[in-house]
Design a protein around this ligand. Structure first.
Ligand code: SF4
Length: 228
């Protein structure tokens, strides 16, 4: 394979190129999950994002239908104790942390009759929401461009365009700005899913499939690997 080693800078043109590439790739290769179904409720979308944090989507997909059957709404979830939630979450791991998060979120949403505030800054103030879940809320419920920026999205962006400056994704202005630009598109939801699927199937944490990756000609990570 010959690799043309021109590094992609985060210019508008290069971001647009990546958007088009990802959308095309997603159309053919995107994964299907229950929370991505058009019929998924807002409740299901937020719950899935809590479950997906630091857990493989395939693991969550096996667990999700039964969980939703048991707790189909914020009201039903709000009736469960923290211990009960921790017990049911054991098969997918991180059960203490996730149990506490779901319990506190459900209590808050129960008080609010299952309705989130309409503005991002008010949602961010809800205990246990945090930046990632607020972004998910903005994307899926307010239907505004917003990045599902986690370690997986960060990995694809940093490998392609170059590394961040700060350790914590939440405070790194480079990653924050670049991820927002990347998903700023009428198909923002699909680009978000495309990045996450690309990170799981091609740009994997260990042993990325760079030889098969159509982005390798401009990818910073690939360039460094072949120059070292
Ligand atoms: S070339 Fe490799 S590191 Fe770069 S985006 Fe593709 S899979 Fe990821």
């Amino acid at each position: 394979m010959s690799i043309n080693l021109f590094m992609a800078r985060p210019t508008d043109n290069n971001i647009a190129y990546l958007q088009i590439f990802l959308l095309g790739w997603f159309e053919k290769n995107g994964r299907k999950f229950p929370w991505r179904n058009p019929s998924a409720t807002n409740y299901e979308k937020i719950i899935s994002e809590v479950l997906l944090q630091r857990t493989k989507a395939e693991t969550v997909a096996k667990f999700f239908p039964d969980f939703i059957k048991e707790y189909p709404s914020w009201y039903k979830l709000g009736d469960a104790s923290e211990q009960e939630l921790q017990d049911i979450l054991k098969p997918i791991g991180l059960y203490k942390q996730r149990g506490a998060r779901l319990f506190n979120l459900a209590q808050e949403l129960k008080k609010r009759n299952g309705i989130f505030p309409k503005e991002r800054n008010q949602v961010e103030e809800i205990p246990m929401m945090g930046q990632y879940l607020t972004n998910a809320y903005e994307l899926f419920i307010l239907k505004r461009p917003s990045p599902l920026l986690d370690v997986n999205m960060a990995r694809v962006i940093e490998r392609y365009f170059g590394p961040r400056k700060m350790a914590d994704i939440r405070y790194d202005p480079y990653l924050q700005n670049l991820s927002r630009k990347l998903v700023d598109n009428p198909k923002t939801k699909e680009i978000n899913w495309a990045v996450l699927d690309y990170s799981a199937l091609i740009c994997k944490a260990k042993m990325p499939l760079c030889y098969d990756c159509e982005l390798n000609a401009k990818c910073s990570f690939c360039r460094d690997q072949f120059n070292s």
